[in-house]
Design a protein around this ligand. Structure first.
Ligand code: UDP
Ligand code: MG
Length: 138
């Protein structure tokens, strides 16, 4: 899984109509899309996904937001995919993200920041497995 990472186009970006632009930026960035689907997750599914953040003060708002509307989940392939995708996303807080990153361009706040990306190869494998079955990955 070292060339794979997991990404989400979060509900704020889907709601704002940025899905197509973000997918274009992913392709322009040299990623291959190995899995892609539009889903609307439940609060409980969002809590399961962000389990490591359960004790953080933003957990409740984060899981409410992530279940507030459809999002796009993606399995992305590129050499060094985890770092490459985090570089394209930019810093967690859009106000601190570099120019040209997705969060700078499409993120509205530290919570509603347009995209998610795995932080390690190990978590990429776990997160892809949380949302995709083997048959949904090409
Ligand atoms: N988040 C938030 N407030 C914070 C920090 C994070 O609402 O102070 C949200 C934000 O949506 C972020 C997610 O929680 O993307 C996961 O946080 P993490 O620190 O893992 O940031 P990321 O890996 O997404 O950059
Ligand atoms: Mg993270």
């Amino acid at each position: 899984m070292t060339n794979l990472t997991f990404g989400i186009i979060k509900p704020d970006a889907v709601r704002a109509g940025h899905t197509g632009s973000i997918i274009q930026r992913i392709l322009d960035g040299g990623f291959k899309i190995r899995g892609l689907k539009l889903i609307h997750i439940t609060r409980r599914e969002a809590e399961g996904f962000y389990e490591v953040h359960r004790e953080r003060p933003f957990f409740s708002g984060l899981t409410e937001f992530m279940s507030s509307g459809p999002c796009v989940v993606m399995a992305l392939e590129k050499e060094g995919a985890v770092k490459a995708w985090r570089d394209l996303m930019g810093a967690t807080d859009p106000a601190k993200a570099d120019a040209g990153t997705l969060r700078k361009e499409f993120g509205g706040s530290v919570g509603e920041n347009a995209v998610h990306g795995s932080d390690s190869d190990e978590n990429a494998a776990i997160e892809i497995g949380y949302f995709f079955s083997r048959l949904e990955l090409v």
